[in-house]
Design a protein around this ligand. Structure first.
Ligand code: ADP
Ligand code: MG
Length: 320
């Protein structure tokens, strides 16, 4: 869904495409891969995590609730606080529970144990003491790799991935997809800053597109030259802030949108040139007295019909 013809024009000049990771290049559906250094039973730790995360719409929260698998009695949870790009803190059964990444642990001054496994690590603390971590991992969307290849084919110079996730995970995803540059462990505000930095260095008329699901990245969506949001799993804020919405969340559609925009623009310029050339030729012929009424009708209505017929070609863009 393109929210206006001006976005189509900007899209046709896109040379930089910046992606968010979770929910954009990956499905945002995490599986629990392991629970380590737990000071209580593993199931209990997962239960505390799911309860603390019960109010958040972050893909990590939803995945932990799914992994827990049982009904969550919200009356057992209070004082929920979500710190974007860090995690959540809440009171579960009267105990202070914190679930999040190493930034959250540092913020709370709780010493934590690093994990050697590659994955997104959810560190847990209960009543101010470290209680272990849950390793979760996400799956790359089936078309993500093809999406990057197609973008390159469509003439995009540079692809960049920005994520709040750990460096190891970010690098693994970026290299398996063939993304040129990757920046990890960013807070939502750092993402805006990174995009502004990229906006400053890009050349001339080249435009920058940002693609995200809007969870922790709605500000970047509106800051980029063109914001592209995931329509199916994206947040309402993202769909509102974006200029283009991918209704089925498939990143391969970005290359398709760029191709459609280029073709539309090409046809627009063809039509403008054709109309002006024919009309000026008729005008000139009329001035020297060799144009008749039929030619005048052709220059007016005929050109209009040709332009409409030419415009219909916009409907036929090669399927990906
Ligand atoms: P991304 O840029 O990949 O979309 P986010 O900015 O949404 O990631 O989150 C960055 C990191 O912050 C996550 O990888 C996770 O470690 C942590 N985090 C954010 N929200 C939560 C949450 N609700 N629960 C636990 N951890 C979270
Ligand atoms: Mg995200």
């Amino acid at each position: 869904m393109v929210k206006g013809s001006n976005y189509l024009e900007i899209l046709s000049q896109t040379k930089y495409v910046v992606f968010d990771k979770t929910g954009t290049m990956t499905k945002g559906v995490f599986e629990v891969n392991g629970i380590h250094h737990s000071t209580i039973e593993n199931e209990k730790l997962l239960e505390y995590a799911a309860f603390a995360e019960s109010a958040s719409s972050h893909p990590i929260s939803k995945s932990l609730q799914r992994a827990y698998g049982k009904e969550i009695d919200r009356s057992r949870v209070s004082d929920i606080q979500e710190i974007s790009g860090n995690g959540v803190t809440a009171k579960v059964d009267g105990m202070e529970v914190a679930a999040g990444n190493d930034k959250l642990m540092k913020h709370l001054n709780i010493p934590y144990q690093d994990c050697h496994q590659t994955g997104t690590i959810i560190h847990m603390a209960i009543n101010g003491k470290y209680a272990g971590h849950i390793v979760i991992s996400d799956i790359i969307k089936p078309h993500s790799k093809a999406a990057i290849t197609e973008l390159k084919k469509a003439g995009v110079d540079k692809t960049v991935m920005l994520t709040g996730d750990a460096k190891k995970v970010a690098n693994q995803v970026a290299s398996s997809l063939g993304i040129d540059e990757v920046y990890s462990e960013l807070l939502p505000a750092d993402k805006v800053e990174k995009v502004e930095e990229l906006l400053r260095v890009k050349l001339g008329k080249a435009k920058l597109a940002f693609v995200g699901d809007g969870i922790n990245d709605a500000p970047v969506l509106s800051r980029a030259d063109i914001g592209i949001a995931m329509g199916a799993m994206g947040s309402d804020a993202a769909i509102e802030a974006a200029d283009i919405v991918l209704m089925d969340d498939d990143p391969i559609k970005i290359a398709k949108a760029i191709k459609i925009s280029r073709k539309c623009l090409r046809i627009v310029y063809q039509n403008i040139t054709m109309a002006l050339v024919v009309k000026f030729a008729c005008l000139a012929l009329g001035a020297v007295g060799i144009a008749n009424m039929y030619l005048a009708i052709f220059a007016d209505v005929g050109v209009m019909i040709l332009a409409v017929l030419n415009a219909i070609r916009c409907l036929f863009v090669k399927k990906l």
